[in-house]
Design a protein around this ligand. Sequence first.
Ligand code: DWN
Length: 394
Amino acid sequence: MVLDLGEQPPANSFIDQSELNSTEPKFPLRLFWCPNCFLVQLLDIVDKEYLFKNYLYMTSASKPIVEHFTKYAKEIYEEFLQGKDDPFVVEIGSNDGSLLAEFKKLGTSILGIEPATNLAKLANQSNITTTNTFFSSKVGKEIAKSRNASLVVANNVIGHVEDLQDLMEGIKILIGENGVFIFEVPYLVDLIKKLEFDTIYHEHLSYFSLLPIVNLTNRYGLEVFNVRKQSVHGGTIRVFISQKNNFKAKDSVKHFLDEEQRFGLSDIEIYRIFSVKVAEFKRKLKTELEIIKKENKSIFGYGAPAKGNVLLNYCDIDTSFLDYVIDTTPLKQGKYTPGTHIPIFPPEKILDKGAGHIALLLAWNYESEILEKEKQFREKGGKFLIPIPTPIIK
Ligand code: DWN
């Protein structure tokens, strides 16, 4: 074990007013590192039905992510699908269909696989054909019976999957001889470098660097032929996989593996140092908040991301510090943060706010977009407290 964030409620288990006095399920949140394959992972597994059947995170609630996916679809279409006869794109964990809608606009056939019943319904209502189920080798085989996928995409999903072996088996069948599998996952090097400990929560079972992905992929006669760094979600890698020898492997694969070796991911020491820094972070943030409270300023949470709930619960930040949280997601508004019970309001709540108000930026991964968007709040004297990687007021 390399880090223990204590017993926490699942990061997306927002609660209704009627549940404020009932006990909330909490589970151990502990990070482990495998000295053989170097995969950083959780071993305390929370049932996936419980976590994902009704899911409140919606891709479309974050404009920067929708913009990222529009670019993503165009890039990948031009690189792999243009000119193909009726290319077929399957997305695993397709959420509300935001990315598939972009591929549909480009003229491909599409199919979403989404376990959250509420999100699959929304996607189907927007004519994004979505099957409400978890992906598995069985589902992969079923789809491949009628046709192979030219492209399978999975963004911020693979880390959520418990049975990685079954996943790879299903992917191998689904992409057939010529398809490609492209996925994005948060990058472990960024998590460590930028102290993004709040991205550790029960939904995320694996915290990937490239080496364990290469080891897993090779076991299925598949090959990582390219890797590209992305800046979203605090830093992710986009990994390109196909059947062995379909594509000449780019230098990027060796570059990432060498960098990871140099960074020391295969040595337990780097994780011990990380764990000490996380404890230091808690002290620093609480001191900062206590100073602000002493100055009689009002503090609120900006964004109600899953990671924000990990930070609030780990640092014991509740309504004694934050008066409320604002968030653009309709499904989260009117609810309360899990464990800390802070009320969530629509963003309009801060339209009249300015001097004497501090926004704790829980959605720090959108810092540039949000500080730009809230120019008026800042011109009126409102300030942002950016918590990660170290608390700073802007
Ligand atoms: O892996 C996952 C990532 C990709 O998305 C999932 N397990 C769950 C989720 O994590 P998250 O909730 O930390 O993701 P975000 O995209 O960082 O969440 C941002 C939150 O902030 C959303 O609830 C939307 C909200 N928001 C806002 O209120 N104002 C976002 C923006 C950009 C804004 O301007």
